[in-house]
Design a protein around this ligand. Sequence first.
Ligand SMILES: [Ca+2]
Ligand SMILES: [Ca+2]
Ligand SMILES: [Ca+2]
Ligand SMILES: [Ca+2]
Length: 275
Amino acid sequence: MAGSAQKAGKDPSFTVLRRGVGIISQNTPVAVSASTAAGEYFTNDFDGDGVPDAGTFEKTSRLFTIRRSSDGSTLLASVPQFKGRPAIANADYDGDGLADPAIWHNGMWQKLLSTRGWSTDLSIFGIAGDVPVPADYDGDGRADLAIFRPSENRWYIQSSETGKVTTFEFGIAGTDLLLPADYTDDGKADLAVYRDGVWHYIDSDTGKREQMEFGFDGGRPVPSDVDRDGIVDLVLFRKGSWYVYTGDGLVSYKFGAEEDVPLSVVPVRDSMAGR
Ligand SMILES: [Ca+2]
Ligand SMILES: [Ca+2]
Ligand SMILES: [Ca+2]
Ligand SMILES: [Ca+2]
């Protein structure tokens, strides 16, 4: 679909979840089968072509179903076992540029690493009630295990490079949406939350706490690299329109219908999701 305005760079890429249909992605026109409608939906770049790939995780079968944007093929991979209700924790843990399907539950991480044929890699980090927020905070190319602990409003991050754990008191549980990503384009993910129309983040480069006012009623934050220039843009979705805040100003696009749920490669998590 043509945008109402265009920026330099590649064509914008949008993905939505439509009730009863599945995932509809601009660059993946075939919707994920409606038979997997019971599963949890997500997008990430699992084939490393820079375009988000749509997928689902189905709890009963423990199966990830992912449609690759590069050739339309389907990746099926399952985790061995878990108890309770896991959270999706997809990220590129092994640093090959391909996102790795992963789930988190009560501190147990089950990661299906792309460099090992999607076999399971286990780690322990966090406790029951935490919210997983994996991202590459130290900038070594591999996602770091990280959690937000609602009872403390605190982030715990374990560097994949050094193994060292750092913590930050940042955000307000129950109010904020958690959406860490590299907004400052220094190769390191920035701690970030969205609260009442304001994006708050800790600049990974300077360590300073910054904020950006960009929000409106009914606007749903969907940070994503819309123009695929490698920099995550501040994006809001409302009723089939995508509003993108860039250094040059506000750009809007039409994709999806009013009731659709927008999806992004940057997961947006409820700060109380672990409870
Ligand atoms: Ca892709
Ligand atoms: Ca990977
Ligand atoms: Ca890292
Ligand atoms: Ca950064």
